[in-house]
Design a protein around this ligand. Structure first.
Ligand SMILES: Cc1cc2nc3c(=O)[nH]c(=O)nc-3n(C[C@H](O)[C@H](O)[C@H](O)COP(=O)(O)O)c2cc1C
Length: 286
């Protein structure tokens, strides 16, 4: 495969949540797609995954029903998160669930003295999750290479949803569906999505503080920009017709190379929850 072709697959891997109904593909196609996941890297080569491919329409409808309940729980209990309706799952040619098997974390570095426990424990969790992410990403790229499209649903990993999926599909509930990948024939030509400019994300040899994004920029994205950055069919916010109104004083930080002209870094804060509770969905409705 030549490099431009590879780049093309990377760029065509968009989260498209609109599929043509009534379509199907052969199991050979689905096998090729899942094989891409099998070739993903994993910490200590543990391959801490299993892939369940749901291509039986009745089982697909049952999985869809689980995700419709999951989406309703989001509306009720994670207010403000800009999720889209999941009825499109009914139009998939298949749904791939990537299960994570936590037993394999035992194969990552283990502290031999108690004071080093924390040193390794959190990073082992990261190794586990990154390995699963690599498999999920490979599968999505495999989908794009077949001219199909997909999304990456993380809701299968939520407690209640995973319990329902485990019961439906027969896997032990202590494994988790970290990635659910609905696959379909695209019904929309969605080939662009907001990406930060390369010059803003790329640091040569050393972290460039002028490219640091301030805490307040994260707050602004969370409270105001998020649904638009997630769903608009534009790579750069520069192309947004309402850019001035939407970005205001944050214009340069989102479209330029320099996000932090003063070059000051900020101390760590509580990053475990938003500092500004999301206004995005409420704003969109008005
Ligand atoms: C870890 C992870 C979890 C995600 N969870 C969901 C999800 O639950 N539902 C969904 O529709 N998209 C989900 N996405 C897709 C993102 O919204 C999407 O990748 C992002 O908005 C950029 O769009 P693009 O994939 O078209 O480039 C997830 C992506 C990642 C990497």
């Amino acid at each position: 495969m030549t490099e431009p072709l590879f780049q093309d697959v990377i760029r065509r891997r968009r989260s498209v949540r609109k599929f043509e109904p009534g379509r199907s593909v052969g199991r050979d196609v689905l096998q090729r797609i899942v094989d891409c996941g099998r070739w993903a890297p994993s910490g200590a080569n543990v391959q801490c995954w299993d892939f369940i491919v749901v291509d039986d329409p009745a089982t697909r409808d049952a999985v869809t029903a689980v995700f419709l309940r999951q989406a309703q729980r989001l509306v009720d209990h994670a207010k403000g998160f800009p999720a889209v309706k999941k009825t499109y799952l009914a139009n998939t040619v298949a749904i791939v669930l990537v299960l994570g098997d936590p037993r394999w974390k035992a194969c990552f570095p283990q502290a031999t003295t108690p004071e080093f426990d924390a040193e390794y424990r959190d990073n082992n969790e990261a190794i586990f999750l990154c390995s699963l992410g690599a498999a999920i990403q490979n599968i999505q790229l495999g989908v794009a290479a077949e001219g199909l499209t997909s999304a990456w649903l993380s809701g299968g990993g939520e407690d209640e949803t995973n319990r329902e999926l485990a019961e439906l599909l027969g896997y032990p509930a202590w494994m988790k569906a970290y990635g659910t990948i609905p696959i379909g024939v695209p019904a929309a030509d969605q080939n662009r999505r907001f990406r930060r400019p390369l010059a803003q994300t790329l640091h040569w040899n050393r972290y460039e503080p002028r490219q640091y994004r301030q805490h307040a920029q994260v707050d602004f994205y969370e409270s105001t920009l998020r649904p638009f950055a997630m769903y608009r069919d534009e790579e750069s916010m520069e192309s947004w017709p309402d850019r001035a109104e939407m970005l205001g004083e944050w214009n340069d930080a989102f479209v330029g190379a320099v996000t932090n002209p003063g070059g000051e870094l900020e101390p760590e804060a509580d990053f475990s929850r938003p500092r500004v509770i999301g206004q995005a969905t409420k704003r969109r409705k008005t």
